[in-house]
Design a protein. Structure first.
Length: 406
């Protein structure tokens, strides 16, 4: 049997973990065809992501002709299933509040995906995130295409589950992967009858990429924040927190790796508070450079308002750097006082207290917290372990043929 992955925008700088997951599944003997709705709207910087883009087939980007051809011929070639799909399509449309353009777009993509899956012999589609990609996979299945599953991360997809038709997507699927206990609970609150269908399958990283190094003397006053500069990540609060503790740590530096719509607001706050020597905005970086920035720091800072369970926390802990982050969603399932500092989201004062505590510890104390963090990641967030759990789910639902040699 043949497996495909479907994403909304892929590859992206923030989806390296999905690429690693696919690679781990392929290394276990199950080839994966990559589909994505569209190109990411930002230039890729990682050579591996650039190469991955060349391996990905796009349903929307550069494929208007294919979508139109499918729309014109599907009523003649697949009319009974098309008619049977329309009530489900209408359910998705009503759940989202009406409108026509997006729902019609989903149906056109689903028609095209069904045909490509049949041509390629694909028997199962796995989507990451329960939003657009899962909608397209569900409609393609109802049109006569392969069965599907999807991974739910949060936070955006769990803000309004009814509008996302989440319960229906779960019920129509072969299985659903929730990345944390918190995430599974949120899904079952919406679809309580589907407990057997919803599994906890954590996201993971390739630990071989994350070789710890001792903290260098220059790192003792440096924190790093990695992620898109956007409202959910709350980096606009960092300058105010730095201003509170700068009298105690005048030489401290916070490096922000990433870019996004909040950059002007962050720059304005840095200028207002006179923190040009203390906060640096470094833009996007390829994965090896991100790892180097984390190694060159005393700890990772992530003050988010909304997350699922951020991969960058796993990456920092795998590099034996403690983390400073917020008590939201699934984060406390990985982080506690043994490997980092948790503080309420939105509290500048609590963030400053966590930063003060992190910078006040000795390198040996921070190293001990980092070792505990790496132990947790190795135990629960190794990408090969996550891939094994996914493969087991595919095998149990008849998606892939079990490998009897394992």
């Amino acid at each position: 049997m043949k497996l495909a992955y479907l994403l909304n925008s892929y590859p992206m700088t923030s989806t390296t973990f999905i690429r690693r997951e696919i690679e781990a599944i392929e290394a276990a003997g199950h080839p994966v065809t990559r589909f994505s709705v569209r190109h990411w709207d930002t230039a890729l910087v990682d050579p591996d992501d650039i190469a991955e883009q060349g391996r990905t087939e796009y349903l929307l980007t550069g494929n208007v002709g294919g979508l139109i051809a499918g729309a014109l011929t599907e009523p003649f070639l697949n009319l009974p299933r098309l008619a049977g799909t329309l009530p489900l399509w209408r359910h998705v449309q009503r759940a989202a509040g009406g409108g026509v353009v997006k729902p019609v777009n989903y149906l056109l993509q689903a028609i095209y995906l069904r045909r490509r899956a049949r041509a390629l012999g694909i028997t199962h589609i796995h989507a990451h995130f329960s939003t657009n990609a899962a909608t397209v996979a569900m409609l393609a299945h109802r049109l006569g295409g392969p069965g599907y599953s999807f991974t739910v991360h949060g936070p955006d997809e769990l803000v309004d589950p009814p509008a996302n038709a989440l319960a229906r997507k779960v019920a129509e699927s072969r299985f659903v992967a929730a990345i944390t206990r918190y995430c599974r609970g949120r899904i079952l609150a919406e679809a309580p009858a589907e407990a057997e269908r919803v599994r906890i399958i954590p996201c993971g990283i390739d630990l071989s990429d994350f070789v710890p190094t001792p903290e260098a003397p220059a790192a003792a006053r440096r924190l790093v924040c990695v992620g898109r500069l956007c409202p959910n990540k709350a980096q606009t609060l960092i300058p105010a927190a730095v201003a509170l503790i700068r009298p105690e740590f005048p030489d401290m530096v916070v490096d922000l790796i990433g870019d996004g719509e909040d950059r002007p607001a962050i720059e304005a706050e840095i200028a207002r508070l006179g923190l040009g020597d203390n906060i640096r905005l470094l833009g996007w970086a390829a994965a090896p450079a991100v790892r180097d920035h984390i190694r060159a720091s005393a700890a990772l800072l992530l003050p988010s308002y909304a997350e699922g369970l951020p991969i960058v926390l796993m990456e920092a802990l795998a590099l034996e750097r403690p983390v400073l982050t917020t008590t939201i969603a699934g984060i406390p399932e990985l982080v506690d006082g043994a490997c980092g500092w948790l503080f309420p989201s939105g509290s500048v004062e609590a963030m400053a207290d966590a930063m003060r505590a992190a910078l006040s510890l000795s390198p040996d104390q921070r190293a001990a917290m980092g070792r505990e963090g790496r132990r947790r990641v190795a135990a629960h967030h190794d990408v090969n372990g996550s891939a094994r759990l996914l493969i087991e789910a595919f095998e149990q639902t008849g998606t892939v043929t079990p490998d009897r040699s394992r």
